[in-house]
Design a protein around this ligand. Structure first.
Ligand SMILES: Nc1ncnc2c1ncn2[C@@H]1O[C@H](COP(=O)(O)OP(=O)(O)O)[C@@H](O)[C@H]1O
Ligand SMILES: [Mg+2]
Length: 360
C-alpha cells in the first residue's frame, strides 16, 4: 500500500498510538504525524515521552508539563500555503508523577484520602519506579485528552519499553496493584489471612525496616474504596484502544534486531486483539540509481564499491521488512522513510520527513 493510504488512515482516526523499541524514530515519527494532521486542518494533541533535547526545544517543550501547550506552525516563509492552515498543534511532555497524582485526586473519596496517599513515602517511590507506570500514565493521558473532546486527534508516543507486555498490560497496572494479596489481606482481614499477613509483615520488617512496612500498609489502606474506580477506568482505556477510532502504528528500522523486536510487539498487540494499522519503516537506505553499465576507469572503483555496498544493504533491508510484514497478522499500510542526511531537530527537518512520509 502507498503512503497516500497512510494519510487516509491518519485522517480517519481520532487516536493514534505509536509503538516500537527505543531509538527507531518513534518520537520523531509521532511529531511528524502530528504536524501533518495539524497542517491538514485538524486540532491535534501530541503526547511525547522522551523527545531528543533539540526536538523538544524546537517544539517549545522545555519541561515536563501535564497540559498541552500550543506550537507555532507558521513557517519562516509566510508566503507558502502551509502558513494558511487552520489546524492546531498542541504538545506535552508526559509528566508521569503529576498524571498519577491527578488520578489519585480523581478517585479519592475526599481530599483527605488523596493527601494520605500522596504524602506516603511508598507512593512517592512506586509512582515513578513501579514497572509500567510510565506506560500506564501515557494511556491515562490519552484517555483524558480523548475524553475531553477538545481535540480532533490525540497522538501518543509510547515509552521506549523493552517489554511490549508492560505497555499493553499497563492499563491494568493499578487494578493489578489493588488485586495484590497484601491489599486484600488488609482490606478483608479474615482471621487466617490476617495471621499470615502479620507474620509476613514481621519477616518483611526485619529485612526492609519497620518504617517501610508501615508505609506500605498505610499506602494500601489509604486506597480503600478506590479500586472500583481504577478498574473501571482501566477497562474504558482498553475499550478506547480497541475501538475503530484508534490506530496502532508500529515504527521500526530495517535491521534484524529491531524487526525481531517489532514483530514481538505486533504479536503482543494481536494477542490483545489489537491490529497494527500501519508499519513505518524508518531510516532506510535512500533510494538511488542502480548502475546498469559500470565505468571501467580505475578512479571510479571506490564509487562502484560504495554503490555495491549500499545496494547490498538496501537489499538486506528489504529482506528484514518482508520478514517483519510476514509476521504482522493484519494487513497494515507500509510507509518507507529514508534516512535523512541529518538528525531531525526542527520544524524544517520535520517538514522534510513529512514530505517523505506522506509524499506531499
Ligand atoms: N528518518 C530519519 N533520518 C534521520 N534521522 C532520524 C530519522 N528518524 C529519526 N531520526 C533521528 O534519530 C534519533 C532518534 O529518534 P527518536 O525519534 O528520538 O527515536 P525513539 O523515540 O524511537 O527513541 C533522533 O536524533 C532523530 O532526529
Ligand atoms: Mg522516543
Amino acid at each position: 500500500m502507498s503512503s497516500a493510504s497512510f494519510d487516509e488512515l491518519i485522517a480517519s482516526k481520532s487516536i493514534v498510538v505509536l509503538a516500537g523499541t527505543g531509538g527507531v524514530g518513534k518520537t520523531t515519527t509521532s511529531a511528524v504525524v502530528a504536524l501533518h494532521a495539524a497542517r491538514a486542518g485538524r486540532k491535534v494533541a501530541l503526547v511525547t515521552i522522551d523527545p531528543a533535547k533539540r526536538l523538544a526545544d524546537a517544539l517549545g517543550l522545555d519541561e515536563l508539563s501535564n497540559e498541552p501547550s500550543r506550537i507555532d506552525l507558521t513557517p519562516d516563509d509566510q508566503t507558502t500555503d502551509k502558513a494558511k492552515t487552520t489546524g492546531e498543534l498542541w504538545a506535552l511532555m508526559l509528566d508521569t508523577k503529576s498524571t498519577f497524582d491527578a488520578l489519585i485526586h480523581r478517585y479519592s473519596a475526599d481530599p483527605a484520602q488523596a493527601d494520605r496517599i500522596l504524602s506516603n513515602d511508598f507512593y512517592s517511590n512506586i509512582s515513578n519506579a513501579l514497572s509500567g507506570t510510565q506506560e500506564y500514565m501515557a494511556m491515562e493521558k490519552l484517555y483524558e485528552l480523548a475524553e475531553d473532546g477538545d481535540y480532533d486527534l490525540v497522538i501518543v508516543d509510547t515509552p521506549p519499553s523493552r517489554n511490549a507486555l508492560a505497555f499493553l498490560d499497563s492499563p491494568n497496572m493499578l487494578a493489578r496493584l489493588l488485586d495484590h494479596w497484601l491489599y486484600k489481606a488488609l482490606m478483608t482481614p479474615t482471621r487466617k489471612l490476617l495471621k499470615a499477613s502479620n507474620l509476613l509483615l514481621k519477616q518483611l520488617s526485619k529485612v526492609v525496616g519497620g518504617d517501610v512496612v508501615e508505609d506500605i500498609v498505610a499506602f494500601f489502606q489509604a486506597f480503600e474504596g478506590m479500586e472500583d474506580g481504577f478498574k473501571e477506568r482501566s477497562q474504558r482505556v482498553m475499550e478506547l484502544l480497541a475501538s475503530d477510532a484508534c490506530a496502532f502504528v508500529l515504527v521500526a528500522s530495517a535491521r534484524r534486531d529491531t524487526t525481531i523486536e517489532a514483530a514481538y510487539l505486533a504479536r503482543q498487540l494481536a494477542d490483545n486483539d489489537l491490529d497494527v494499522a500501519a508499519v513505518v519503516m524508518n531510516r532506510l537506505q535512500p533510494d538511488f540509481v542502480r548502475l546498469k553499465r559500470r565505468p571501467r576507469a580505475p578512479e571510479f572503483e571506490p564509487f562502484l564499491q560504495a554503490h555495491d555496498e549500499l545496494h547490498a544493504l538496501a537489499d538486506r533491508e528489504e529482506t528484514h521488512i518482508e520478514s517483519l510484514l510476514s509476521q504482522v497478522a493484519s494487513d497494515p499500510v507500509v510507509v518507507r522513510v529514508p534516512l535523512l542526511a541529518t538528525d531531525v531537530h526542527d520544524l524544517d527537518g520535520m517538514a522534510e520527513l513529512q514530505a517523505k512520509m506522506f509524499q506531499t
